[in-house]
Design a protein around this ligand. Sequence first.
Ligand SMILES: [Zn+2]
Length: 261
Amino acid sequence: MRVEQLGDGEPELAVVGAIHGDEPCGVHAIETLLDANPPVERPVKCIIANERALERNVRYTETDLNRVFPGDPDAPAYETRLAHEVLDEIRGCTTLSMHSTQSYSCPFALVEETDPFAEMIGPYLSIDAIVEVGDEFADALVGYVDVVEVECGMQGSQEAADNAVDLVYEFLTATGALPGAIDPTGALPVFALNDPIPKADGTDYAVHVENFQRIESGDTIATIDGHEIVAEQPFHPVLISANGYDRQFGYTAEKIDLLKN
Ligand SMILES: [Zn+2]
């Protein structure tokens, strides 16, 4: 883990990249920020979390870091020990953590719930939607600190890297670390995550629906070796992709609200 700081004093803000080693957009954003070294009005901790996985360009080396919080300093798995260290660094910090996906090219945010914290940050980020993960990601960072996890775009793309830079600056402006005003975006749709969409064993996977677009009962969600997976009830797919996860295509979600500002 690499930890740097902008400004003096005990940080109450943190930006985190490379929770997943094959999502380099956050690293680019943090390095861009550190190179620019802007004068900050509040100190900011900058963390590149899973350097070992980053070096190998893999999501994780032993276990998914974002599924083992709060971690354990004595655990056998590297990422479980690392989770404990990451949490130690950012506990008490208002945090932005940057990810990228195989499912959707525009940025969106994941929060535990749409609480005043999410309402304070969300409208200032260039995002399409907010996803409330609730208990579904109980072992993720989002379950342990005031964090907005942003999906910055498609994994490995230049666009995701550029978006991550914008999102870091917007986050730091929204939280008063950087001067200046930004206009809040319009109303943001909020989706509540429900169940995973399971993915059976197969070799050829395809997805036939769009993220955040409502689908109806009877619609074909995906195919596994040509076999159709059909929706039993209407829902909005979130984080859905053919090959993003091993055991699931993504999640069902429900559109619950509009976050206005
Ligand atoms: Zn990720």
